[in-house]
Ligand binder design. Structure first.
Ligand code: PSZ
Length: 284
């Protein structure tokens, strides 16, 4: 039995109801987070919950819970669903009210929904690397908000999939921003380059972990944007996300990166990443 959290309580999936008037449904008017679970433990949960509150504040929405309560809901879902390796999905919409663009009356409470699923680590992609396709980034200018409005991301991901790639490498007029659901890093002559955490990207929690690992490993980092042409000339390329961890990118638009196989710095970062996840089990 799958246990969800909805409307202030834990509910069976079959018994969960969402209103037709939910603003998430009409407008994508809400924010969300995905938190990874390793060995039954939440990973970087505080960072994700802090970002959830920041996203909510940026869209002028007040979450009807304290951060510790959100953490407790996430923990409870892990327990109730026996999650070992998987993730929590948590979303908050501006509530349910007749369809008008302007905010509803303050008495309308935001709707918090969450669930947990088992989901194995994507070891094949992490080991062998993945191809990406460049796609024009046509999203709005507040990509720093983890908003439910994902049409730009969805269309980009689909375009990549149709080209046989697993991720879209987004660029604004030739300047690389991020992936449709990941952050992008290039490595050239031993230095790691990635787009700075501005309004044009989501400042990924995994991105921040990887930047910390670079520091620990004395790998120089430059948080500066680079072009699509420069991306193709990198020695190594990486994408990161909560579920993809550190995944090597082996080609862009069919052009191999470096020698077309995961590189040395990529492997170093993957190793360091694996060592800091809770309950790390070698080879899992
Ligand atoms: O399961 C999945 O496919 C997931 S879980 C998280 C994501 C995808 N993506 C998060 C994300 C994103 O949507 C965009 C546009 N940029 C960067 C990221 C990476 O953020 P973190 O590392 O916090 O997951």
């Amino acid at each position: 039995m799958t246990v969800y959290f909805s409307d202030g309580q834990f509910t069976k999936r079959e018994e969960l109801t969402i209103s037709i008037d939910d603003r998430g449904y009409y407008f994508g008017d809400g924010v969300y987070e995905v938190i990874k679970v390793y060995g039954g433990e939440l990973y970087t949960a505080k960072e994700h919950i802090d970002r959830l509150f920041q996203s909510a504040a940026k869209i002028k929405m007040t979450i009807p819970y304290a951060d510790v309560q959100i953490m407790e809901i996430a923990r409870e879902l892990v327990k109730a669903n026996n999650i070992l390796t998987g993730h929590i999905y948590l979303q908050i919409t501006r509530g349910s009210a007749p369809r008008l663009h302007q905010f509803p009356d303050p008495s309308v409470q935001p709707v918090v929904t969450a669930y947990a699923v088992n989901n194995p680590r994507p070891l094949e992609g992490m080991e062998n690397g993945v191809p990406v396709k460049s796609v024009e980034d046509v999203r709005w200018l507040r990509c720093d908000i983890k908003s439910l409005n994902l049409l730009g991301n969805v269309l980009a991901k689909q375009e990549a999939y149709e080209a046989g790639c697993v991720e879209a490498l987004l660029h604004r007029e030739g300047v690389v921003t991020e992936g449709s659901a990941s952050n992008m890093f290039g490595i050239k002559n031993g230095t790691v380059y990635t787009h700075p955490a501005t309004n044009l990207i989501l400042n990924g929690i995994t991105r921040q972990v990887v930047l910390g690992l670079c520091k620990d490993l004395c790998i120089p980092v430059v948080e500066q944007s680079f072009t699509l042409d420069e991306a193709c000339e990198m020695d190594e390329f990486i994408l990161t996300s909560t579920t993809s961890e550190v995944t090597p990118v082996i080609s862009i638009d069919g052009r191999p990166i470096g020698s077309g196989v995961p590189g040395i710095i990529t492997k170093k970062l993957q190793e360091a990443f694996a060592l800091q996840i809770p309950s790390f089990i070698a080879g899992e």
